[in-house]
Design a protein around this ligand. Sequence first.
Ligand code: M6R
Length: 615
Amino acid sequence: MCGIVAYLGDKEAEPLLLEGLRRLEYRGYDSSGIAVLNGGGLELVKKVGRIQQLERALASHPLHGSLGISHTRWATHGKATDINAHPHTDASGKLAIVHNGVIENYGVLKKKLAEKGYSFRTETDTEVLAVLIGFHFDTLDTETENRLEMAVMEALREITGTYGLVAIHQDQPGIMVGARRGSPLVLGIGPHEHFLASDVSAVAAHTQTVAHLRDFDVVTIDRNGYRLKSLTHNKAGLEISRIDYQAADTELGDFPHFMLKEIFEQTISIQNAVRGRLNIEESTAQLGGLNLTPQEIREIDRIVITGCGTAMHSGMVGEYIIESLAHVPVEVEWASEFRLRNSPLDRRTLVIAVSQSGETEDTLGALREARRKGHRVLGICNNVASTLARETDGGVYMYAGPEVSVAATKSFTSQAVIFLLLALLLGRMRFLSGTQGKEIIQAIEALPDQITQILKQSAHIRSIAEKYRKADSMLFFGRQMQYGIALEGALKMKEITYIHAEGHPTAELKHGIIALVDEDTPSVFLCPRDGAYDKNSNNMQQVRARKGPVIAVATEGDEEIHQHADDIICIPAAPEYVTPILSVIPLQLFAYHMAVILGRDVDKPRNLAKSVTVP
Ligand code: M6R
């Protein structure tokens, strides 16, 4: 978590850094700060709260200078306060760093530095790193040409943990040093200027030429260019690429919130996920990025899907889709659990890591663990230049465009449709007939129009949210393919409204959960017209018999549902394997409207960050 932007060029740094921070605010938003170097030395402003607080502070105390570093924080060590905000300085007050990651051995280092007489002002691990770099800087001869770079490298050799960091020092005023291990850092290269940032969105308005630092890279930037070194003596240079990034994609346009914009973008993002991937002639899917031969695809006899949060829920939907269409056994595991346990996988098991950002620490941990054990790992991810994309053996990009709101929406439906493509491919290589393949393709092609139909019910869904605005708790139920959607609906609700919400397999209701049912606790049932319809109807009646309000997500034209539910949201009739992609959308809208009604900060809910880059 946390976002970093640094600038060295011939323009004023402050407005560029602030603009970059606004684009990175999704990575953390409990405090922010800027430090610049100018003829007068190191100047620094940092503030608890959103970036507006920092802007206000800078309005009365502007920082001038064309070299600066900045940071937006998601607290790990130390509360969200002015003093704990980044940048952090060393004992001399001349060195400042911004850092994204966790210094695991900061306690030991702090003790050692304290024994040398250093004291600390904050509760953070980053201040310890700043003091350590400052200690090495002060130990080096003042004539040393690469003094800051050497001090950073010496300090990094002593630490364990993760970092994307940038350091500046008043005594080397034309230089900034960046380094990466575990947390992303991108070098943006423009004419007469360079940027370092946690992701390309912070630099894309100024340059399209970027290079992603690799673990253990250290880059030193001055007014003439940059120089790369590696803590592991890796001689490879940086791979420079051109980014195709439209800054407009991260702007709100006519929408009041990114979450609503991204919910409405799903008609398009679904098409982007499918484009060029259907082979109509052979009634199958083509997924070139898998880097697997047809023979290797046939040999897969088990799949393990792993991810966190919403990505994990899409994996649960993927499990049902792949097993029912391709008959390949699938297991889904939380990445945080998978990475720590000794899963007995064999050579023919394919591991699929799912992540919108491609930077989630637990998902990367799971993929590295699987690769360490010799398994082939594919990725499903949105961020093309992410760590996950670089470390997997192949995969499928979502091409959903930037997802800015902390609550994942369009990434979920894109992931689910990619599982559908994968199931089609695996199925057609096993036993699915051409006719069945064709039906699946038709169902996929119908999705954008069906999603448009659901989006038209936004006002109706808002009225249901109004009705239940006083609820303190909600229950979400789904069976089979809809179970992952129940979990996802509950996650959306709690994440952005702070209402307690639980998702369960519908039949579990009777095994304890029904004790929570009362007249103030709405239960949302996912009950499309499928094989489980009658069982679901019984469960809805059991809730209503106990005065619990029932909201049903049901199939259009289902008259019977009026006997079982107080409120109904319709989704178009569709084959069972595509209904999860449809039924999740009303739940996204339900949570969204409820959050707006309750006056929540929809796109930046409390305590959260978009990319969870700490374990
Ligand atoms: O970037 P990822 O897909 O790896 O993120 C995984 C989760 O952190 C994420 O889905 C989280 O649960 C969302 N905030 C849910 O809306």
